[in-house]
Design a protein around this ligand. Structure first.
Ligand code: S3P
Length: 201
């Protein structure tokens, strides 16, 4: 357990093993699920937490209160998880728009997931759950990605493309990238940390 004084009021007791960022349809939830399973930890998703906390859908919050209100909720949920959760945390595609969130992410292991336009197009086809796409499909996705790309890069510790292969293969590439960056230990247990009984002495 890490007990690092954060500021006068908060003490950081946990931190996510990895925080996933990236554009809509880059696989944050699906690849996140594989990564969490590999590490035998929980996956949490900022959108799902907002829905859970408010009892309302993301689309409903956007429609009734507007994007700014959603972004504030998103920021608050993320800040809480960054200091209290030690699994895999997937963030909504627009979470990096908040500069306070971006500043907080500097202290974390942030995996930036990318997807090429063709695969993003397949994945968002017929999607009505994402208000920022507003029925605009891949053209809107492309414009939004172009606007945010620099923000993702600014926050990223490592970058992994999820366009090809299974979610499991993407999870493997994430673990390899983190091992190469010296942020995870290489193991022969499929990415799970060795149990104390199997740690060599
Ligand atoms: C958004 C992405 C969504 C969700 C909301 C806004 C965005 O999350 O937070 O619809 O602005 O990119 P996903 O990236 O998980 O689709």
């Amino acid at each position: 357990m890490i007990e690092t004084p954060n500021d006068a009021h908060t003490v950081v007791t946990h931190r996510p093993r990895a925080v996933l960022i990236g554009p809509m349809a880059s696989g944050k939830s699906s690849v996140g699920r594989s990564l969490a399973a590999r590490w035998a930890v929980e996956l949490r998703d900022s959108d799902a937490l907002i829905v859970q906390h408010t009892g309302r859908s993301v689309a409903d919050i956007f429609a009734r209160e507007g994007e700014a209100a959603f972004r504030q909720l998103e920021h608050e949920v993320i800040m809480e998880q960054l200091s209290s959760f030690d699994g895999v945390l997937a963030l909504g595609g627009g979470a990096v728009l908040d500069e306070r969130t971006r500043a907080a992410l500097q202290e974390h292991t942030v995996v930036y997931l990318t997807v090429d336009e063709r695969n993003a197009g397949y994945r968002i086809k017929g999607d009505t759950s994402r208000p920022v796409l507003a029925g605009g499909g891949i053209d809107t996705w492309r414009r939004i990605f172009a606007e945010r790309r620099g923000l993702y890069e600014e926050c990223a510790t490592v970058q992994v493309d999820t366009s090809k292969g299974t979610t499991g293969a993407s999870a493997t590439r994430i673990i390899e990238s983190l091992v190469n960056a010296g942020l995870e230990r290489a193991t022969t247990t499929g990415g799970k940390r060795p149990q104390p009984s199997s740690v060599p002495v």
